[in-house]
Design a binder for this molecule. Structure first.
Ligand code: BTN
Length: 250
């Protein structure tokens, strides 16, 4: 059952459980924009806004996120917290793991299986509330370069059930330090990367070896005889793909 107004979603897992309100719609322009309206009206979550399809799904750095029916498109309103990108990535990875799909995480926010994008995460902050947008290719991938749960042989293709699992995994992650598990899942560590840095002043590319993620969630990139800490950007493996080549739903 997808449609309806606010329904309460009671979590299955033990100690970390908290109740999420879930607001489901058939068609949204972007659940991210709907979430923004809730935040501007003072809603601090925990609230998940979920659409069956989006007309104007948004990806990171102004990209589109194609959102045909059969995918999971959700925006989670939650208080801002440190290392939110890691909690969100682990929530997606754990929810996929429960149905037999084991992804890797590419710093900061991409979710891959066999080097193909299966899910994307977009984090925004509005009115002191974090909005974690998550798109997962469930029944199909809208791009030939990406993949989906169905293509990877996932044991369930039920988007509402996947959402429940995602919320439970998110809560479980936020009760812990995510970095050890995030590092273990992170496909870029130890690899040659090209990072398109995003700073308020300019965007610059950095090429080097990704060696670690520090306690603040920054990617440490070794280049010549220096180590550069990058706090936000897009990261691509130099050997496997070039920047911007792999996109998920968008
Ligand atoms: C990316 O990889 O670029 C991030 C994609 C995020 C897509 C999700 S789908 C639900 C939410 N609503 C949007 O418009 N975008 C996010």
């Amino acid at each position: 059952m997808w449609r309806g107004d606010i329904e309460w979603c009671v979590k299955r897992r033990g100690t970390e459980s908290r109740e999420w309100r879930v607001h489901r719609v058939g068609i949204a322009d972007s659940t991210q924009d709907m979430a923004r309206e809730f935040a501007l009206q003072g809603d601090r979550g925990p609230l998940a806004i979920v659409a069956e399809t989006q007309r104007r799904g948004r990806g990171r750095r102004g990209r589109r996120w194609l959102s045909p029916r059969g995918g999971l498109y959700a925006s989670l309103l939650t208080p801002p917290r440190e290392l939110l990108f890691a909690h969100a990535g682990l929530a997606v990875a754990d929810a996929l793991g429960e149905i037999g799909v084991e992804p890797t995480l590419s710093w900061p926010n991409d979710v891959f299986v066999r080097d193909r994008k299966i899910a994307g995460i977009l984090i925004e902050v509005v009115a002191r509330t974090a909005i974690v947008g998550i798109g997962i290719n469930v029944r199909a991938s809208p791009l030939p370069t990406a993949t989906s749960i169905a293509a990877e042989g996932g044991s369930r293709l039920d988007a509402p059930e996947l959402l429940r699992s995602l919320l439970a995994s998110f809560d479980a992650s936020t009760a812990t330090d995510p970095l050890p598990r995030y590092r273990a899942r992170c496909s870029v560590l130890g690899r040659e990367v090209r990072v398109e840095r995003i700073s308020s002043a300019e965007e610059t590319a950095l090429v080097g070896r990704a060696i670690d993620i520090d306690g603040a969630g920054r990617l440490l990139v070794a280049r010549d005889d220096e180590v550069v800490a990058v706090s936000s950007g897009d990261c691509a493996l130099l050997t496997a793909r070039s920047p911007g080549e792999v996109k998920g739903g968008g």
